[in-house]
Design a protein around this ligand. Structure first.
Ligand SMILES: C[S@@+](CC[C@H](N)C(=O)[O-])C[C@H]1O[C@@H](n2cnc3c(N)ncnc32)[C@H](O)[C@@H]1O
Length: 277
């Protein structure tokens, strides 16, 4: 089973907000006049960064009347991008207290508090009302959640009829005999990582009443994105707005491990759009 303490121990940093604000100031960005896009280098905690978020938003044809739940919203980067660029009303839920605190403050600093509500809670038992959302957005989150049927059941409960689930997620790859190399951005070791294959996820989703609208493999794009990121970090090492600020020293191993795991097909990245009939 997933252990919330394990997850929060991996992501949680007490002084996270203060460190982000300090680096913003060092970079010459005034936190009092902050724009959502100035945080993208640090707040898009998924492969492909802001471009992946925008591509998925375009695929979903997002419009301002969409009421969306961002599940495992992290620092709130996706929520702010979707609210500021597409006008969506977003509820952002995350398990990790320090992420929620930082997310709420950054959202306020970017003037988006009227569009985004931040909730601390567990995606499997959100406590949010039935049929409240048009869209559930789940980006690089379900890897931390062992109870996939419970998660899908909660998504089904929260969606209006014909509502959609957008998954941009990491799954187990086709090579299961080799051990996955850790640490990775979502888990320091295997105890916080619960990977199933994309096909297994689809079988579970169908069982819970969803139909598949679209599925796209994105492992090659994810690998190329990490390779480019490592090149950029290599040219400008040591701090700035980047993964090190969130995850500390262990983040140096993320890129090489992800690339190795993707290259050997131990993990795989997919987007899937599901629909509640
Ligand atoms: C890799 S981060 C991705 C954050 C965000 N989706 C993004 O792409 O920027 C995974 C997030 O999932 C959250 N998380 C993990 N398990 C969760 C759960 N059971 N309920 C809610 N959030 C969870 C973590 O706290 C973390 O913020």
């Amino acid at each position: 089973m997933s252990n919330p303490d394990n997850i929060s121990a991996h992501y949680g940093r007490q002084d996270l907000l203060e460190r982000i604000l300090a680096v913003l100031k060092q970079t010459g960005i005034d936190p009092v006049q902050l724009e959502a896009k100035q945080l993208y280098p640090v707040d898009q905690l998924h492969m492909g960064g802001r471009q992946a978020t925008r591509e998925l938003a375009e695929k979903l044809k997002l419009t301002s009347d969409i009421n969306l739940l961002d599940v495992g919203s992290g620092l709130g980067g996706t929520a702010r991008l979707l609210a500021s660029e597409y006008g969506c009303q977003v509820t952002a839920i995350d398990l990790t207290e320090s992420f929620c605190r930082a997310s709420e403050k950054l959202t306020a600093l970017t003037g988006l508090s009227n569009k985004i509500v931040t909730v601390q809670g567990d995606a499997v038992a959100t406590g949010l009302p039935d049929a409240a959302f048009d869209l559930i957005w789940c980006q690089h989150t379900q890897m931390n959640i062992a109870d996939k049927p419970g998660l899908l059941r909660e998504f089904h409960r929260l969606l209006k009829p014909t509502g959609r689930v957008a998954l941009h997620e990491v799954f187990a790859g086709s090579v299961t005999a080799e051990p996955i190399q850790y640490p990775l951005p979502w888990a320091s070791d295997a105890s916080a990582s619960f990977l199933i294959s994309a096909d297994e996820m689809l079988t579970l989703a169908t069982r819970e009443g969803f139909e598949l609208l679209e599925k796209q493999a994105l492992s090659n794009e994810a690998q190329a994105w990490w390779e480019a990121l490592l090149t950029r970090i290599g040219k400008a090492p040591g701090g700035g707005l980047g993964p090190g600020l969130i995850y500390g020293e262990q983040s140096r191993q993320f890129g090489p491990n992800i690339i190795d795991n993707l290259r050997h097909q131990r993990i795989a990245v997919y987007e899937m759009i599901l629909r509640r009939p």
